[in-house]
Design a protein around this ligand. Structure first.
Ligand code: 5GP
Ligand code: MG
Length: 175
């Protein structure tokens, strides 16, 4: 990419408001329970950090790192776990936290893998959802924002490891 144009798609105040409401919903749904939150590295770390501080239920936190073969901005579908969680999840209530669902391949794979470990329940919370891009049927139980088919960065999301630090979710385009 040469010169890049940045445009705010979702501002930090809007994200804050939505994250609080997601956390309220999750706290209600899991009242009296103890959650294991599993963040997908690296993109979800900012969202995860904000989300847990808005929850009103006790939770444990762990992270998984996935890799898909092939580079660029499109998932290839050949996915593997490069860093597994360290928390046993059998019989636990588990919530996967992810920055964005696009083709659905990543979460389809991870949900399938984690189900093998027989959690009591397994749900998914994503900040962003590009529904029109699905290659496999996948629906998250908690969705922050539906967004159009544009490449976004910021609030943890990167382009070649850049822009994760931006507080807003932004669209980038080559000039
Ligand atoms: P999926 O397997 O659903 O196609 O892809 C999910 C992963 O693709 C996300 O975790 C993220 O790493 C990456 N991804 C998909 N769309 C975007 C986007 O617009 N911006 C960024 N930074 N990553 C994206
Ligand atoms: Mg990701």
């Amino acid at each position: 990419m040469g010169k890049v144009k940045k445009e705010i798609l979702i501002s930090k105040p809007k994200i804050d408001d939505r994250v609080q409401r997601l956390a309220d919903e999750i706290s209600r749904d899991y009242e009296g329970k103890e959650l294991v939150l599993i963040g997908i590295l690296k993109g979800a770390f900012v969202f995860m950090a904000d989300l847990i501080r808005c929850l009103r239920i006790p939770c444990e936190v762990d992270f998984v790192r996935l890799a898909s073969y092939g580079t660029g901005t499109v998932s290839s579908g050949n996915i593997m776990i490069t860093k597994d969680i360290e928390t046993p999840i059998r019989g636990r209530d588990v919530l996967i936290v992810e920055d964005i669902v696009d083709t659905g391949l990543t979460l389809y794979f991870l949900v399938d893998k984690l189900k093998e470990r027989e959690p009591e329940s397994l749900k998914v919370c994503v900040l962003l959802d590009k529904k029109e891009r699905r290659k496999v049927p996948f629906e998250a139980e908690y969705v922050g924002f539906d967004i159009p088919d544009r490449f976004v960065v910021g609030y943890g999301l990167d382009f070649n490891e850049m822009y994760r630090f931006l507080p807003d979710v932004c669209v980038i385009e080559e000039n």
